[in-house]
Every structure is written in structure tokens, then in C-alpha cells.
Design a protein around this ligand. Sequence first.
Ligand code: HAS
Ligand code: CU
Length: 545
Amino acid sequence: MQQRDKRFIGVQIGVALAALSIGILLGPLQALDKASIDLYPFLKPLIASYYQGVTLHGVLNALVFTTLFITGFHTFTILKGLQKPLRWFGLAVAGYGMMIAGLILSGYTLFANQASVLYTFYPPLKASPLFYIGLTILVIGSWMIGWSQLATLWRWRKENPGVRTPLIAMGSAVNVLLWQLATLGIAAQMLALVIPWSLKLVPATDVLLNRTLFWFTGHPLVYFWLLPAYVSWYGMLPKQVGGKLFSDSLARLSFWGFLVFSTPVGFHHQFSDPGVPLLWKYVHTLLTFMVVIPSFMTAFTVIASLERAARDRGGKGTFGWIKNLPWKDPSVAGQLLAGFLFFFGGIGGIINASASLNLVIHNTTWVPGHFHLTVATASTLTFMAITFWLIPYLTGKPLYSVKLALWTVWTWFVGMVFFSGGMHWLGLLGAPRRVPLSTATYTANFPEWMLPKIFTAVGGVILFIGGVFYFIVVIGTWLGKKKSEVEIEVPVAESELPPAKTPAWLDNWKLWIVLSLVLVIIGYGPVLVQLISNFAPNAVGGRFW
Ligand code: HAS
Ligand code: CU
């Protein structure tokens, strides 16, 4: 890989991890709040309130870290897969510059307490216009990097007619396409509704239309977070455990499934919104159950790959083979633990998607419990595990401490079991999300909340310790003086059958792109026409923090 491209990727990953380090730092504040320990008064004037803290935590971790890390990782996987330099490099650098400019603008308003509107930031909460303008610039910048990644792929496909796109590049490019399609919702929301409203060019806005456009992006966003982990589980992990990918075809079919079914499902976040016609809630429920299938396929294919590798290493028994996997490799252990917890996150997702059960858990702490198993474990723990070889590869320096890296992943796992277990449990008992429980007087009426509250707080503290371990490893590697003696190898897995045997329709990009556009038009077209023609600017909005 060219030095220029390596440096570009390194900067993207570095800034992403810097955002994560601040985001993680703020985590225990929320977790301890659940156990009635309110640390916010000690942080004034740096952080004014619970709401500023929770917004910073959510935006930095779930929006900034993820987006910056993923654009960097996909630049890497696309270039590595195709063995090509990045095309339109200037455009990509300009795009990255815009992402950073947007980040500075939005970041300023967040730290200045002018945008404590939570990471979902839809009206009627009203932030400084700079917050929305910054986020919009960030998204446009990410599109530009995406165009240069896709241009690299198109050139490769022209030069290699009939050859199957290498899997890690294919899965990553599908995710880039997913992002370009998904973010149309938020772009429309920001440009047509929110920015004019926050600039006071219009007196009020329509909350339902805003929420609908937000979740148009907000749901596929979660798969944008997940697919890089799947690229690694399919395309790299089998090699890391000394085996091969069980089925190249199933892997590709699963990526296409995500492109097609990820977007037209946003109403599963709006089951309780009055004004969304029931029919569309049903349609989106059905499509949500469709988008679960590629994850079941992933569980099957990845575990089959792991099992065959473990049996080759002498593994025996129905589950006994699991211990024959190379658990001493922190990158492997991190991904296995991430996948294991994702089972529970995924089952929770299916519960959320069932409209009648959703009524029980909606707006309770169950929901952050769910997304800490998914985005904060399946994705984040996998990303951490990836950096255990990626940072050595980019810097040419060995990992600072394999032992501490192993401690990191196990601490994260144990912390998450307690934290997420506590949050799910607390949610079933009815505790609301996004409410500072330490200062809510009514919590005294719920003595049964005590144990799960303690679980949550203990879990949050353990997670924080895992985060500290992680950053010692990252910074130690980055600043280390020692150069690696051997060239660090990028783990790219072969598949059991060569990709040339994979049916051609699984590498037919036009087919799948058209299908996904058609399904989005069916899933959102009529209802958006209806909402726009009934446009009701009834929310003046305001600053409630
Ligand atoms: Fe979700 C809310 C439904 C997956 C993230 N979700 C959220 C929110 C976030 C989020 C952030 O239907 C909160 C938004 C907010 O703030 O309001 N979710 C689902 C469904 C799935 C799902 C059906 N979610 C995710 C993923 C996320 C994520 C992935 C981030 C990365 N979610 C919902 C719904 C809501 C929701 C409702 C709204 C709730 C409400 O009322 O507000 C599915 O895609 C899940 C399918 C997954 C599986 C698991 C397969 C298992 C695998 C593991 C393989 C194991 C391996 C390791 C490799 C069926 C692939 C083996 C290990 C060894 C040791 C051998
Ligand atoms: Cu969703």
C-alpha cells in the first residue's frame, strides 16, 4: 500500500480514536447516575448538566468515532482488497477536511452547551444552527471520501471484467453505498427543515416529518456501524483463526441483503408516534424481520468457519471446539466476545421490532441496554480488536502489550455483561431512558430498581477501566520506539471455494442497487408524499436544558 494512502488512513483512525477517548471518559457519569451517584456538580463549569454529558457521550462515540473510524477502515479495506491506490485522492482529502471542519463547528457548540439535544437531535429540541451546519458539512465530507472509494472500485471493475470483486472490498463498498443512500434522509431534514428553522427563517417546524426523515437515516446508520465488523468477521477473522471462510456466496448475499433491506425500516423507531399510518408501521415491521436474516446468515457462516478451523486444530465436542480457537490473540478474542454478545443484542433487536413488545420497552433503559450490546460491543469491540493489528501495520511498530490488549477485551466483555444486563433489567421494571435517575425523586418509590441500578453502575466502571487499558495499548504502540522486526501481515481470509465459483449475480452491482432503490421508494415514497402534503409546522421548539 502506498505511503500516502497509509498516512491518510492513519490520520482518520487516529482522530476517530481521539473522539472515542473523550466519549468513553464521559460514560461512567451516566452509569453512576443510574446508581444515584451524581458527579455532574463536580464537573461544572466544564459540563453543565446530565443532558450535556449524555449528548457529548452519544455524539462523540456513536456518531463521530464510528463515522471517522469507518471511513478510514473502508479506505483501507477497499485499497487492500483491490490492491490499488486511492483514486481522486484530492477529493478524498478535501472531504476529510470538511469532516474535520464540521466536527470543529459541531464540537464547539456541544462543549459550549449550545447543543445539548442528545445524539438523535430532532425537534422540538433546538440547538445552535452551527451544530446542524457542522453535522451537515461532516456528512457531505464523508460522501466525498465515499465517491473516491467508489471511483477506485469502478476503475478496478473496468480493468478486471468478469472477476469477482475481492470480498473485503465488496463488503466495504456496499457499506459505502448504504451510507450514501441512507444519509439522504438526514441531508433533506437538515437542509429543508432544521437549518432554516434554527436560523429562525421559519417560525416553526413539523415534528413528525422531522422524525421520519431522521429515522430514514437513523436505522440504516446502525448497519453502517455493523458492516465493517462483518467485513472483519467474514473477510479476516477466518484467517486469524487459521481457517478459511466457509462460504463466499453466503457472505456476499448477506452484504447485499443489508443494502436492500436496511433503509425502509425506520418506522420501527416510531411505533409510538401518532400520525404514522398503521399500514406503514406493519410494512416496516415486515422489512425489519427481513433485515434480520442476513445477520442469521452471518452467525451461521462465521461460526461454521470458526468451527472448521478449531476442529482442524484438534477441537472436539458440540461446543468443546470453542476452546481450541486462538484465544490468546487479543484481536481474535475481542471479535469472538463481540460476536457472542451480539447474539443477545440481536435477540433484543427482534424483541424491539415486535410492535406489541416494543410498547413495553420503548423509551426505557432497555433501549440503551440494546445498543450497548450492538454498537458499543459488536461494532466497537470489533473495531478495537481490528486496531490491534491495524495500528502495528500502519506504524510498523509492534503492539505495545499483548497481555494488556487481552485484558482490554475481557474487561470490556465483563463490564458490558453487567452494564447492559442492568440496563435491560431496569428497563423491564419501567425505568425511563434519558432521565437523570440520581436526581429524580420518584426513584425512591421503586426499591426493586436498586439491584439492576448497581449492576449498571458497576458495569460502567468496569467498562471505563477497559477503556483506559485500551488507550494505554493504543498510545503505547503509537509512541513506541521499537520498530517491528517482521513485516506485519494483514489478515485476509481465503474462502473454501474460490470466489470464481460464486454465482455472477452475487457480483452484479446494478441489480442490487436498483433493487434497494425500488424498495426504498416503496417503503417511504407514499408515506413521505402524505406527510409532506399534510405539512404541519406546529413546533416552535426551544432550548429545554
Ligand atoms: Fe437496534 C433501537 C431493532 C440491530 C443499534 N438499535 C436501536 C438503537 C440503536 C440500535 C443505537 O425494532 C437506539 C436508537 C435510539 O436512540 O432511539 N436492532 C433491531 C433489530 C436488529 C437490530 C431487529 N441495532 C442493531 C444493530 C445496532 C443497533 C446491529 C448497532 C450496531 N433497534 C431495533 C428497534 C429499535 C432499536 C426496533 C427501537 C427501539 C425503541 O423502541 O426505541 C437486528 O438487525 C439484529 C439481528 C442480529 C442477530 C444476531 C446474529 C448474531 C451474530 C453473532 C455471530 C457470533 C460470532 C461469534 C461470530 C439476529 C451475527 C461466535 C463466538 C464464539 C465464542 C463461538
Ligand atoms: Cu432500527
